[in-house]
Design a protein around this ligand. Sequence first.
Ligand code: CTP
Length: 400
Amino acid sequence: MSAPKSRSVLLIVGGGIAAYKTPELVRLLRKAGLGVRPILTEGGAQFVTPLSLSVLAGTKTRQALFSQEDEAEIDHIALSRAADLIVVAPATANLIAKAANGHADDLATTVLLATDKPVLMAPAMNVRMWSHAAVQRNVALLRADGIQMIGPDDGEMACGEYGPGRMAEPLAIFEAIQARLAQGDGPLAGRHVIVTAGPTQEPLDPVRYLANRSSGKQGYAIAAALAELGAKVTLVSGPVSIEPPPGVTVNRVMTAQQMLDACHAALPADAAVMAAAVCDWRPHAPANQKLKKANASLTLSLIENPDILAQLAAYGPERPGLVVGFAAETNDLAAHAAAKLASKGCDWIVANDVSEPGVMGGDENSICLIDANGIENWPRLSKIEVARRLAQKIERSLNA
Ligand code: CTP
């Protein structure tokens, strides 16, 4: 995947030690043919010089909001207009707080407030700062405003502590930038796809739940592959421990009902790929307080969950043009999948044999794909390869 050469990134460098990694990011971006215009905050200039950024970017680094000379060249509104994407790396706790609350007291924050371009932030700070309620509140505000976060990573920090707070590596930020820019092109540009992934958790009481062993790997790989082809992807995800793919909007849910609501809220869509392992049942009446071990046995009363796939496939005028379901089977794969294609009313069923070792929770999958025309048997592939093949098939179908 590569972004077109004419694209340009406005790169805001905040005041954190991680700023020493930013010149490497500039180098990667320039090498890929992207234009980079750096903005250095006052704090950022304590860690990296404007000259090193300017030399690598091949253009002047801007610092001051009220610089007559700079404004005459290109004013701060034009700066954001000229960029396809705004990247903040490192995004410090202070920059995050100011951006979340709409401050505009320097060039960086003024540009962030004045822009209608997509914004990607790579937070970097001490682990305790990152986990502080105030920072998390601000990050949630920015995410709700549509700002994409990459990282922070877990690891040893410059301050000697260990945990989340390290800025994502320049290569990871570079890949996220490319994925985000590719959303504007690619054969699926302008298309919206909803993907569900992972298990659902159905509460039994405040501390217990019913769930399943789904890792979410296949659904996340599909979301990433569709984004690579330029689609706008809404990933409705049950609880999993996977990093969201770059350029994908993730909506995290717990229960089947929440997953259904999130899918409805994400409509309209050109396609929907339902890769989640939705719990078929939920406890009839989850207890408000922890169930106590009063008896030697306990009988649970379960009721059926809504069938998200079947509901989307029968959605009337807002039904996505292509609805793809999965079928996790342990036996008679093709027969069960064909029955599901009919009963769910979807267009394709991607059936996988979860009895094969290494499939459930692993990195490979054995697929057979069923549609009205018949069955395609795919060789055993990595989940990433399955995702790419499926994304290409979806692209051909939507663009046919
Ligand atoms: N699915 C769904 N909502 C549910 C159950 C399943 O959207 N409540 C979707 C899954 O995401 C998948 C497809 O339906 O795309 C088939 O899921 P699967 O668990 O294989 O089938 P079930 O319908 O649960 O049937 P069974 O468990 O009897 O095989």
